[in-house]
Design a protein around this ligand. Structure first.
Ligand SMILES: *Cc1c(COP(=O)(O)O)cnc(C)c1O
Length: 370
């Protein structure tokens, strides 16, 4: 492809390597002529959403000609009751990816720095680079976010800190005590985004909810998504719990109707179905336990996870990923996340995990043979 128009495009945009989503199932079937493919690459919910959400979505089909509620009144009211936060402290996004992007556009000015843990979700750095910000990567310690080092990297030029908890792609989570220490160690006016895409799955003894720390006095925002534990990734919906002042700023910046009506309706039903969420989280806990036991028995290193995926060290991650594709199993190579020796495996149904395990052992042998 010619870069014919590149000189017309902001230099910062030219630096970006596009986000690579997990390989779609249909694509692999086409490429390899396979009839059965298991996808464990995008941390999707293998049980799907609450049946009530599917029903609500169908009913929305009668209203395709109408614009959605641009402020998400009903959904915000439900979330407000559930989490006991005022509706003014809630903002909806086209996936939590949009919450991340809005935070970057709000706070990051060209030449300022954004402190990230490395590796973490690649969308953070993409959004920062597009905005002309500079990423300061703070390496993980023992595969977990090094909060004291992150605090140490914050200075006058820091416009934002973004932390995933649990962190993607490692699945590690930090607890309440180090988090509170972190908050007291950085200036109280430093904007912080806590990305809690996997928080529903975290069950560590010291785990906490970012929303409990939201107050008018500091620019701290917690982002949540309906894409993971709620099983609504197709619909694109996330939300932020944020000081009312920051919600106001997001309302100035966002596109009208950024949270689509189908997603709002399905999410409203999904939020009400706490039993389904409990089943999802319980099944994930069992699947995660099973996968970690399998990795331990297979003699490979893995990172104990608080999320719905587990990272494991396989040698050449890209090669392992490609050999798994031959077996009809899509995992995630995380070489792009600066972990070239690792792959990331999402927790699937027991049937899917059985197929994964057989493929894993086969590929492990192939890799050993070189
Ligand atoms: C999956 C994921 C999200 C959620 O993305 P959506 O845009 O809400 O689908 C956010 N952050 C991290 C770290 C993720 O892995």
């Amino acid at each position: 492809m010619d870069n014919r128009f590149a000189s017309r495009v902001a230099a910062d945009i030219m630096k970006i390597v596009p986000y690579r989503p997990g390989k779609p199932i249909e694509e692999l079937k086409r490429e390899k002529g396979l009839s059965r493919v298991v996808k464990l690459a995008s941390n999707e919910n293998p049980l799907g959403p609450s049946p009530a959400a599917v029903k609500a979505l169908k009913e929305e089909g009668e209203r395709l000609n109408r614009y959605p509620d641009g402020y998400g009144y009903e959904l915000k009211r439900a979330l407000s009751e559930l989490w006991r936060v005022p509706p003014e402290e809630l903002a909806l996004g086209n996936g939590s990816s949009e919450i991340i992007e809005m935070m970057v556009r709000l706070f990051v000015r060209p030449g300022t720095t954004v402190v990230l843990a490395c590796p973490s979700f690649s969308i953070y750095a993409i959004a920062v680079t597009a905005q002309g910000g500079r990423v300061v990567d703070v390496p993980l310690t023992g595969h977990g976010v090094d909060l004291p080092a992150v605090a140490g990297a914050v200075d006058e030029n820091t416009s934002l800190v973004i932390l995933g908890n649990p962190n993607n792609p490692t699945g590690t989570a930090f607890g309440r005590a180090p988090w509170e220490k972190f908050l007291s160690a950085i200036p109280s006016d430093t904007p912080v985004l806590l990305d809690e895409a996997y928080a529903e799955y975290a069950d560590g003894p010291d785990s906490f909810d970012g929303r409990d720390y939201i107050s008018d006095t500091r620019p701290l925002v917690a982002a949540r998504t309906f894409s993971k534990a709620y099983g609504l990734a197709l619909l694109r919906l996330g939300y932020a719990v944020a000081p009312a002042e920051i919600v106001d700023y997001m309302n100035r910046l966002r596109l009208p109707f950024n949270a689509n009506g189908a997603a709002q309706a399905a999410a409203l039903a999904a939020v009400a179905d706490r039993n389904h969420l409990e089943r999802v989280v319980g099944a994930n806990r069992e699947g995660r336990e099973r996968l970690q036991t399998f990795f331990a028995a297979s003699g490979v290193e893995f990172i104990p996870s608080q999320a719905n995926f587990v990272a494991t060290r396989v040698g050449d991650g890209d090669r392992f990923f490609n050999l798994m594709l031959d077996e009809g199993v899509i995992v995630r190579s995380i070489s792009g996340f600066a972990m070239p020796e690792w792959i990331r495996v999402s927790i699937g149904t027991p049937g899917e995990m059985e197929i994964f395990e057989a493929a894993f052992l086969k590929v492990q042998k192939l890799m050993g043979a070189k």
